[in-house]
Design a protein around this ligand. Structure first.
Ligand code: AKB
Length: 311
């Protein structure tokens, strides 16, 4: 393969901004084009505005920058998705279909699609959720991601488009405050602790969810994209795991650093979404296929988050 030229959609988001930086370290600044519908509030150059529903603009950028790989991160998340189901379907699924056909027709060599634990639903076994289980999500976000996984598999089987995908757990990072997700509480809680404020948690204290520190998520993304094709036995999306915890457990861990930190539990509509998801994930296939291994557990992640946010 020649020098990869990468386009990232949603590159100002929680994952995109960190992924762009890491990819630029590996592939060179000029070879990673960040795109987003919003102006970056940090240096994310080279950068171009892109509304992913605009097929013509996607084709222009692929040609102008001689793009060979796409990391398609732009999406509406679980909680926001429920406010506007039709728009969520357009952004998450219809735009994906356009990008897949544009990729097939314009020589894209590798394509990354982010899926999520939101593909699971109440009929999925909750603990150690295996790779192949019933997928009956109860959010439009989850529905769009299950369908997206199937389309990715279809484009691989039918057109040989080299697609790789991960089912991310909730992602925790200090670089931004995520918006519109159900797992966002696990980032917000740090900002409250650092400011000395009581945290009002929108999930109940015993709601256990799978989570991952941002640098594990970024490393997994780059590792699956760089793995030899014959190591990728799954073209829908791989289960991916690092840790699982409840709001009460992360609160206790943060309290070790801030003994006076206080929390109140005020569950809202996101509680029902969280309850429909898995509590822990079996990601053995990712570990055996392309050697995935997480590096951060709860105490290590909490210590690093606090250190980074406290400077
Ligand atoms: C969300 O909460 O919607 C996302 C996810 C788990 O996909 N963080």
């Amino acid at each position: 393969m020649e020098q990869a030229k990468i386009l990232i959609t949603g590159a100002n988001g929680q994952l995109g901004r960190v992924l762009a930086k890491e990819l630029r370290k590996k592939y060179g600044q000029a070879n990673v084009l960040a795109t987003d519908i919003r102006k970056p509030d940090f240096d994310n150059s080279p950068f171009e505005f892109l509304d992913i529903t605009n097929k013509k603009r996607v084709i222009e950028l692929i040609h102008d920058y001689k793009i060979t790989q796409i990391y398609h991160l732009a999406a509406m998340l679980s909680a926001n998705g429920e406010w506007d189901p039709k728009k969520t379907w357009d952004v998450n699924l219809n735009a994906l279909l356009k990008l897949l056909s544009v990729s097939r027709d314009n020589g894209i060599e590798r394509f990354f699609f982010p899926s999520t634990i939101a593909v699971f639903g109440s009929t999925t076994p909750k603990e150690h959720t295996q790779q192949h289980v019933p997928l009956m999500p109860e959010t439009v976000y989850g529905m769009s991601k299950v369908t997206g996984e199937l389309w990715c598999n279809y484009f691989f089987q039918r057109y040989n488009l080299d697609i790789r995908s991960l089912r991310y757990p909730g992602i925790i990072g200090y670089q931004s405050i995520p918006e519109g997700g159900t797992t966002d509480y696990a980032v917000e809680i740090f900002h409250a602790a650092i400011k000395g404020e009581t945290y009002k948690c929108f999930l109940d204290k015993d709601t256990k969810l799978p989570m991952m520190y941002i640098f594990d998520a970024i490393r997994a993304t780059i590792e699956i994209m760089e793995a030899p094709s014959d190591k990728i036995s799954l073209r829908t999306s791989y289960n991916l795991a690092a840790m699982s915890f409840t709001p009460a457990e992360i609160y206790e861990e943060i309290k070790k650093h801030f003994p006076n930190f206080a929390i109140q539990y005020e569950p809202d509509f996101r509680q029902k979404i969280a309850e429909s998801w898995s509590a822990s994930i079996d990601d053995r296939l990712a570990r055996s296929d392309w050697n995935w291994n997480h590096a951060y557990d709860l105490p290590k992640m909490v210590t690093e988050m606090i250190t980074k946010l406290n400077v």
